[in-house]
Design a protein around this ligand. Structure first.
Ligand code: ADP
Ligand code: MG
Length: 407
């Protein structure tokens, strides 16, 4: 079955619609470092306002521990949303408490209200279905209908992503519809050669996808934080670099399986090693199998792929017809360690010009390409979800999509 769309909700004039958006933007010193996810939420909100609804927007931000934490307040996000919509946006200082309740009561058709961070409530991510359900009931009490548009969280069975959708008439928002359309193209009929490029820092989350991706791709390119677990699996020392020691055996298994399937796993041959994790850290480029030969010895931290590797990765992208990329190749937030990410982004943008199809997925990956000066139009698609898009490509059933009728 296909996703239920906003049209399935019928006449929305005068109705309250709760939009579960993904406004989980990267923050730097309290400022929004990249507003891509807020921009991506605007079309659905506009559409609902045009239909005469009052819109309540709910989202998480960061990983607060089920309790209010001012560092993760959505207040600055609500302000930015108001600027993008060009109309006033109310903000409730709690999620389902008294502030939220009275703000919802005061909300008129055409009005927009942003609730405080969903994850300030333990019910949002609780493993206990009853606890989640009780929180979902409180959210449902605010609205006549629910629109699920937070693509970045559809792989999570969380109160606002699955439980809430079952309590009210619910439908996918325009962002979720678009994202699913693009990812379907990648899973149903990817033109080969098909290459997946993986990096980033959520190593344990992402290593597991490799197993399911191996039978689907011709080449797997490994950069970012996860490359060090691969180097360790090959018996190399990695200094103080990000390492998932208890995954080394599993990674050996992936290497063996790739060899069996004839899939190329492309690993770095050189690494930029830094003295410490800082923008201005001293750094050297050394062979990938000799990270501790840099002046910093066992203290050295690999913060980017080296220039030879960047060239090889770019060539692998250029030789492909379909590429999905998730996870920066290095700590791109520090300009000295952004070159690897830039090289891959450049190659992906050129692929687009030569008839290939390149997709960037992931909150930080999308932020990275924008920070490096690329526009979303330079790529086949820039997905707002990293984990969600990877799980989709693996062929998994995503609970947040199942909740919207997807099979
Ligand atoms: P996404 O949000 O695109 O799915 P992740 O959240 O997994 O990506 O990872 C993004 C982060 O990975 C970035 O903040 C980047 O600094 C970090 N990263 C990339 N390479 C390394 C590395 N070698 N060591 C530590 N962190 C890294
Ligand atoms: Mg991320």
């Amino acid at each position: 079955m296909a996703l239920r769309t906003i049209d399935s909700l019928g006449d929305l004039r005068g109705r309250r619609v709760l939009v579960r958006a993904d406004l989980n933007v990267p923050l730097q010193d309290g400022d929004i470092a990249d507003d891509g996810r807020i921009r991506a939420s605007v079309p659905t909100i506009r559409r609902l306002l045009d239909a005469g609804a009052a819109v309540i927007v709910a989202s998480h931000l960061g990983r607060p521990d089920g309790a209010p934490d001012p560092a993760y307040s959505l207040a600055p996000v609500a302000t930015r949303l108001g600027e993008l919509l060009g109309r006033p946006v109310d903000f409730a200082a709690d999620t389902v408490g008294e502030a939220a309740q009275s703000a919802v009561r005061a909300l008129e058709p055409g009005g927009v209200l942003v609730l405080e961070n969903l994850r300030f409530n333990p019910g949002e991510t609780s493993k206990d279905a009853a606890v989640r359900g009780a929180f979902a009931e409180q959210l449902a009490g605010f609205a006549d209908a629910v629109v699920s548009d937070g693509f970045g969280v559809v792989h999570r069975a969380q109160a606002s992503v699955t439980d809430l959708e079952a309590l009210r008439p619910s439908a996918a928002g325009l962002l979720v519809e678009t994202e699913v359309g693009v990812l379907e193209r990648l899973t149903r009929s990817p033109q080969s050669p098909y290459t997946v490029v993986l990096g980033g820092s959520k190593v344990s989350d992402k290593l597991a996808v490799i197993d399911s991706l191996l039978p689907r791709v011709q080449t797997l390119v490994i950069g970012g934080g996860m490359l060090f677990t691969f180097l360790a699996a090959q018996g190399h020392r990695v200094g103080a670099s990000l390492l998932e020691a208890d995954m080394i055996e599993t990674v050996r298994g992936y290497l063996a399986k790739a060899a069996e399937l004839g899939v190329t796993i492309l690993l770095p041959t050189d690494i930029v090693v830094a003295e410490r994790f800082a923008a201005d850290a001293a750094h050297e480029t050394v062979p990938a199998d000799a990270i501790e030969s840099a002046s910093f010895g066992a203290q050295g931290i690999g913060l980017d792929i080296g220039p030879d590797t960047a060239g090889a990765f770019a060539a692998a992208v250029a030789a492909s017809k379909t590429v999905f990329w998730n996870g920066p190749m290095g700590v791109f937030e520090f300009p000295a360690f952004a070159a690897g990410t830039r090289a891959v982004a450049q190659a992906l943008a050129e692929l687009e010009g030569s008839g290939g199809f390149g997709v960037v997925g992931g909150g930080d990956s999308a932020a990275a390409v924008r920070a490096l000066g690329f526009a979303d139009e330079d790529f086949g698609h820039v997905s707002t979800g990293g984990g969600a898009s990877l799980e989709f490509l693996e062929g998994k059933r995503l609970p947040g999509l199942t909740a919207l009728g997807w099979e």
